[in-house]
Design a protein around this ligand. Structure first.
Ligand SMILES: *[C@@H]1O[C@H](CO)[C@@H](O)[C@H](O)[C@H]1NC(C)=O
Ligand SMILES: *[C@@H]1O[C@H](CO)[C@@H](O)[C@H](O)[C@H]1NC(C)=O
Ligand SMILES: *[C@@H]1O[C@H](CO)[C@@H](O)[C@H](O)[C@H]1NC(C)=O
Ligand SMILES: *[C@@H]1O[C@H](CO)[C@@H](O)[C@H](O)[C@H]1NC(C)=O
Ligand SMILES: *[C@@H]1O[C@H](CO)[C@@H](O)[C@H](O)[C@H]1NC(C)=O
Ligand SMILES: *[C@@H]1O[C@H](CO)[C@@H](O)[C@H](O)[C@H]1NC(C)=O
Ligand SMILES: *[C@@H]1O[C@H](CO)[C@@H](O)[C@H](O)[C@H]1NC(C)=O
Ligand SMILES: *[C@@H]1O[C@H](CO)[C@@H](O)[C@H](O)[C@H]1NC(C)=O
Ligand SMILES: *[C@@H]1O[C@H](CO)[C@@H](O)[C@H](O)[C@H]1NC(C)=O
Ligand SMILES: *[C@@H]1O[C@H](CO)[C@@H](O)[C@H](O)[C@H]1NC(C)=O
Ligand SMILES: *[C@@H]1O[C@H](CO)[C@@H](O)[C@H](O)[C@H]1NC(C)=O
Length: 461
């Protein structure tokens, strides 16, 4: 009898105890609704070589504080008839995955390798686990994705490569991932997106690319991503987009390009995104929109241009083509002039216009209302609006039940907040002359979270 016995809580299994371990690793079994779970602690990579405990019923295998270093086809000498479908090796010091490392887990569905030191992935390392649906390789040191790395994973649904050091993705790296729906490549070091790099991912729905160093997107990067719904490329260094940069993404609903280095909206950059509902271009260095800059966005409802460098807005030149636009965020720019003159045959459905934190002294609100008759809320807080102008505007909009917000919470206003620090006549104004409170309260105040929810709901309905 060996001096060490795995602790078996509920089940008495026949054991053949491995003898070649240096430490005192312990494997515990416990029952869950899904079946048996096995948790081993402090094991090293030799521990499982001789492991012939029956695992017919074990569906979950976790290694805790283990030092697994190199995983290859001999590491897990498990019986062929094991029932393991979840393997959790997070924080286990894995450095290298050799070919067929997981082939003994032929029923594997979820493989978690989060927070290891993986640098080296041999091409066939995921062979033999055809049923795998979720692969978490986040927080490792992966630099390059080589060709055919995931070839066998035809059922993979989620691939998490966040927080690695990926600088290069070979053109055939994603080959075989026909059913992949969620790809996490955020927090890596990619500096450009190459032609056709995602072309095998026909079923991809969400692509996360935030926090890389991307400055260049090839016009054919997104070929074949005909089912992509969400594309997140915020926090990169993109300074220009070419015409039709996203044209292949005909199912895209949400495109996020905030926190990049864009300086102008080029003609036709977004053309082809015919199902896009929201476009986020906040926190760039945008100053101008070239003619037809936003053409082709036939279904867009939300446009976010927060915190850019706009000084002048020619409303209908810029946004006149967006027939379904409802929410326009222009806050935190340096806008001193905004023109609502009407030049095109198309009006839009604009409901909320946010121009707070700008440098406006006035604008033609009557033209605004005439050409944007669906407007329900206008946020003007923190501008340099002249007092007479403000009072005229409030009176005008009050009669037609449009909410004008002069503070960020859109609270009912008092005269003091209408005419901030204005000198003479206004201080005498009675609240009766200016009964804003009741109508202000009825205004719709949608914040970003709610809008996002709406977009998502629209999608799944
Ligand atoms: C587990 O599988 C082995 C064959 O690999 C079989 O002999 C044994 O009876 C099975 N045990 C259970 C509990 O199903
Ligand atoms: C094998 O695991 C699955 C869960 O993955 C469980 O439903 C099934 O009952 C298990 N089979 C046995 C024989 O324990
Ligand atoms: C984790 O493993 C190391 C050796 O690899 C050991 O020194 C340490 O005590 C272990 N920690 C726990 C909490 O078991
Ligand atoms: C990641 O793993 C290392 C060692 O394997 C550990 O010290 C660290 O706490 C882990 N980090 C997290 C966030 O779990
Ligand atoms: C992917 O990994 C990151 C980092 O560990 C984590 O924040 C994120 O939730 C993971 N996503 C999924 C779907 O597991
Ligand atoms: C993008 O802008 C940041 C911040 O202004 C700057 O540090 C970086 O060099 C710019 N990158 C490119 C590629 O222009
Ligand atoms: C606002 O406009 C005034 C002149 O109308 C100008 O002097 C000032 O610099 C502008 N402020 C900003 C932040 O653009
Ligand atoms: C008002 O807007 C200016 C220009 O966008 C901004 O710099 C300033 O911080 C804003 N002030 C407040 C109180 O938010
Ligand atoms: C404004 O709202 C009030 C109360 O909700 C309503 O009675 C009135 O008809 C509305 N006026 C307009 C012009 O819509
Ligand atoms: C308005 O006046 C108060 C004090 O009277 C001052 O603290 C505040 O900064 C002024 N605000 C503006 C926008 O000038
Ligand atoms: C948005 O509004 C919802 C509901 O009113 C609230 O729970 C949430 O905290 C708000 N989010 C933000 C960012 O203001």
């Amino acid at each position: 009898m060996a001096k060490w016995l795995p602790i078996i809580s509920t089940l008495l299994l026949p054991l053949a105890v491995p003898t070649n371990f240096e430490e005192f690793p312990i494997c515990k079994f416990h029952l869950s609704l899904q079946g048996q779970q096995m948790t081993c602690s402090n094991a090293n990579m030799n521990f499982f070589h001789m492991f012939d405990i029956p695992l017919n019923r074990t569906h979950w295998f976790k290694c805790q504080n283990c030092s697994l270093d190199i995983l290859d086809e001999t590491t897990f000498n498990f019986p062929k008839l094991n029932n393991i479908s979840i393997v959790d090796f997070h924080n286990c010091g894995v450095r290298v995955l050799r070919k067929h490392a997981f082939e003994k887990f032929f029923l594997l569905k979820i493989l978690i390798l989060h927070n290891n030191s993986i640098q080296m992935l041999e091409t066939m390392c995921f062979m033999g686990v055809k049923r795998l649906m979720h692969l978490d390789l986040s927080t490792n040191y992966i630099k390059i994705l080589t060709n055919n790395l995931f070839l066998d994973l035809e059922n993979l649904d989620v691939l998490n490569l966040s927080f690695n050091r990926i600088v290069f993705i070979n053109s055939e790296a994603f080959s075989g991932l026909y059913n992949l729906k969620y790809l996490y490549l955020n927090y890596n070091q990619l500096d450009k997106l190459e032609e056709n790099m995602f072309r095998h991912l026909r079923n991809l729905k969400i692509l996360y690319l935030e926090h890389n160093r991307i400055h260049n997107i090839h016009p054919n990067t997104f070929n074949n991503l005909i089912n992509l719904h969400f594309l997140y490329i915020s926090h990169n260094s993109i300074s220009y987009l070419v015409q039709y940069n996203f044209k292949q993404l005909t199912s895209l609903i949400d495109l996020q390009l905030s926190y990049n280095n864009l300086t102008e909206v080029q003609t036709s950059s977004f053309n082809g995104l015919k199902n896009l509902r929201s476009l986020h271009l906040g926190n760039n260095f945008l100053k101008t929109v070239k003619p037809y800059g936003f053409i082709g966005l036939d279904n867009i409802e939300i446009l976010d241009l927060v915190n850019n460098l706009f000084e002048y807005i020619e409303f209908f030149d810029y946004f006149g083509h967006m027939e379904k636009l409802r929410y326009l965020w222009l806050n935190r720019n340096s806008i001193n002039k905004i023109n609502f003159d009407y030049k095109y045959a198309v009006q839009n459905l604009l409901t909320v216009l946010d121009v707070s934190d700008n440098n406006l002294t006035s604008f033609n609100f009557k033209t605004l209302y005439k050409n944007l008759p669906n407007v329900k809320e206008i946020v003007v807080a923190n501008n340099s609006l002249n007092c007479d102008f403000s009072l005229d505007m409030y009176k005008f909009f009050e009669n037609i039940n449009v909410t004008v917000c002069s503070n960020y919470n859109c609270d009912p206003i008092s005269t003091e907040t209408v005419c901030i620090n204005d000198t003479d006549e206004v201080t005498e104004l009675e609240i009766e002359d200016f009964p804003m409170e009741s109508s202000i309260n009825t205004g719709i105040r949608l914040n970003y979270s709610m809008l996002y929810l709406i977009v998502v709901l629209l999608e799944w309905l």
